[in-house]
Ligand binder design. Structure first.
Ligand code: IMP
Ligand code: MG
Length: 187
């Protein structure tokens, strides 16, 4: 097998913030913590990935879990195609699984204002899960508008727009293996 080429930075990608190896090591650590915490559960844990940003993180994380689990998804919308905060979260697609009496772990790409996670926690709590926790790959604490309870966090990052490893800017850059800071080029 040939090595996979790392895509080079383009004009609007300012710098690599977290490289691919560092991401993988952290995902390993998060998986170990989750394995420990849910060891011995009788019914499968439900991982609920928040589309689309979490799909790569979820794919890597779930393959490192040794506790019984099923994968499900939810789709929410808060920003449209821009990076402007509206605080207006809408449910676009619900989970397939019934969450009642189940152990639920929300898998999110990034916590920014906190509105998305706050909405999800309230929405899921109303469904009476056996337990409800969250794992977030990235956290931008400076941007928080509403308190958010986080159980597992990958990395805290500064207040910059990031892309790669599932995260996008207007649907671009999701499949970069690293996380890069992006500033749109306006010329
Ligand atoms: P919140 O509701 O403000 O916490 O926003 C969370 C959502 O905004 C995330 O799930 C992402 O989809 C998106 N988001 C926030 N910051 C970034 C970023 O830097 N890059 C890509 N998406 C982001
Ligand atoms: Mg998201």
């Amino acid at each position: 097998m040939t090595a996979i080429a790392i895509p080079p930075l383009t004009k609007d990608l300012v710098r690599v913030l977290i490289d691919a190896d560092t991401i993988q090591r952290r995902v390993d650590e998060l998986a170990r913590k989750i394995n420990k915490e849910y060891a011995g559960i009788e019914e499968s844990l439900i991982l609920v990935g928040v589309l689309k940003g979490s799909f790569i993180f979820l794919a890597d994380l779930c393959r490192k879990l040794n506790v019984p689990h099923v994968v499900d998804f939810i789709s929410l919308s808060s920003y449209g195609n821009s990076s402007k905060i509206t605080g207006n979260v809408r449910l676009i697609m619900d989970t397939r699984e019934n969450l009642e009496n189940r152990h639920v772990l929300i898998v999110e790409d990034i916590l920014d204002s906190g509105y998305t996670l706050d909405y999800l926690r309230r929405n899921f709590t109303a469904r009476n899960p056996a337990s409800l926790k969250t794992v977030v790959l990235l956290d931008k604490p400076e941007r928080r508008k509403i308190d958010a309870e986080l159980d597992y966090v990958g990395f805290q990052i500064p207040d910059v727009w990031v892309v790669g490893y599932g995260l996008d800017y207007a649907e671009r850059y999701r499949t970069l293996p690293y996380i890069a800071e992006m500033v749109p080029v306006t010329d």
